[in-house]
Design a protein around this ligand. Sequence first.
Ligand code: FAD
Length: 512
Amino acid sequence: MLMDAAGYRESLRAYHPRVFVNGQRVESVADEPLLAPGINAVGLAYGLAHQEAHLPVMTARQTSSGKTVNRMLHINEGSGDLLAKLEAVRLVCKISGCAQRYLSHDALNALWQATALTDARHGTDYAQRFRAYLHEVQDKDLTLGVAMTDAKGDRSKRPGAQANPDSYVHIKERRKDGIVIRGTKAIVTGAPYMHEFLVMPCRTHVPGDEDFAVCCAVPCDAAGVTIVARPAGRPGDRAAKFSSQYGQSTGVVMFDDVFVPWDRVFLAGETEEGGFLTTSYATHHRHSCIGARAGFGDLLIGAGALMIEANGLDTERHGHVREQMVELIKITEGFFACGVAASVYCQKDPAGSVMPDSVFSNIGKLLLATQIYDMHRIAHYVSGGLIVALPGPDEDHNPETAASLSAVLAGRPDIPHAQRAEVARFIEDLTVSKEAGWYSVISLHGGGSPEAMKREIWRNYPVAEKVELVESLLGRGVLADGGRVSKQPGRCCVAGCEVPEMPGGAPREAAE
Ligand SMILES: Cc1cc2nc3c(=O)[nH]c(=O)nc-3n(C[C@H](O)[C@H](O)[C@H](O)COP(=O)(O)OP(=O)(O)OC[C@H]3O[C@@H](n4cnc5c(N)ncnc54)[C@H](O)[C@@H]3O)c2cc1C
């Protein structure tokens, strides 16, 4: 049964998580005003799955169960699914900014692949457990928080070498009936209003790291779980035209000796497959991030055009503002096109699902990670200074100033000042406020920092093929003679010839 937005909000009442926001204990997540914009945003991803016009992208048929599920919980079976997911994420994000639920999708798809791989290599039964869990999640239409990014401590040290072992979530005890985990996940989007968390490793591990290679599902109110979160968006702020309605909280999630039964454990010590799980999640998630930020681009393109109009300018006559708008469109559709290409050139996984192409997914995410700042700049360029200088909404009703402000701050004569002010506040909210900073930083670091994407592009791009192409054209035959040794990883050995060192001797690793 697919829930709608109201059903999702009500479903949160069945849980009693230990949540703190702004230093205060939250008694009822469903009723907490500081979390309302986040619940609205997640609710949107439920609500759109009931609207006729959006059914093709917002729902899908899960072959393994034969049931119709929310797109955000579906395991992709072909490039059509990936394109639909990309469109679905763009749709929910152009209305809500960030609806979180696609993170659930990305983790479920990565786990589908990783559990099958682990079983094939180790004779375990993770895939069977995971399928049972997946179908339960789909049937109950749950939203899962992705608890991947560990607190990490000193970035130059491996998990086991940290002064505080709780910097990384790890297995503290293995019991007959399950495992006990402890440690901290530092950044979890939507943490206070998730039904469950999927705890996943955030980096590659090596033998010796077995206790850190752990993946499991934990209800948000399991004994020992504490969530310390920020408010979602800018609740109660009347100047926040967008983020008083929609926005995401992020939470630190602490696991203090949390028991997890075996049927909820999907990886427990298999270090190499833990690395596969992390990378696979990153690829699915970067593909989703492309759709998400394209939705943000839609908001800026629309708001920029309205602001130009309210200022009395005409893009036909004033070429420099048109040029900026074209630049904004180029950026948005440029990285979105990478998402389309990643969907079209997807790869079939032995588990039966598909994976978006890694190079295109990583390039798209890398583009948006830095171009988000250009997107903000363009919105500022075409808008003018009003977006930071306009007096606050209280002045709109001040009998001593409202009328004269309205008269002198009007732009084009046929567009009322109030309308111009609305758009200016909308752009302020999305590009100047603290919420705007949130969108910048999630674009830069969410789904992994730029260095992680560059590594994946370099690791997966077939540079060797290009070298062979040129060499064959040049007719040199150098490779065949063994006369030149390539430094490209994988050409001479798996790791490449030179592993850069961090100061202090620790191997250089980019976190996911
Ligand atoms: C708004 C927001 C929402 C998020 N939501 C989620 C979520 O729902 N779930 C989740 O699991 N995560 C989430 N993340 C976390 C995100 O995945 C991380 O921010 C990202 O992986 C970077 O990790 P970090 O923040 O710890 O930064 P760091 O890893 O500290 O990186 C900071 C810089 O240091 C560099 N660096 C780090 N380690 C090394 C090293 N060993 N050697 C050399 N350079 C290094 C990085 O390349 C980067 O430039 C979210 C992040 C944001 C901003």
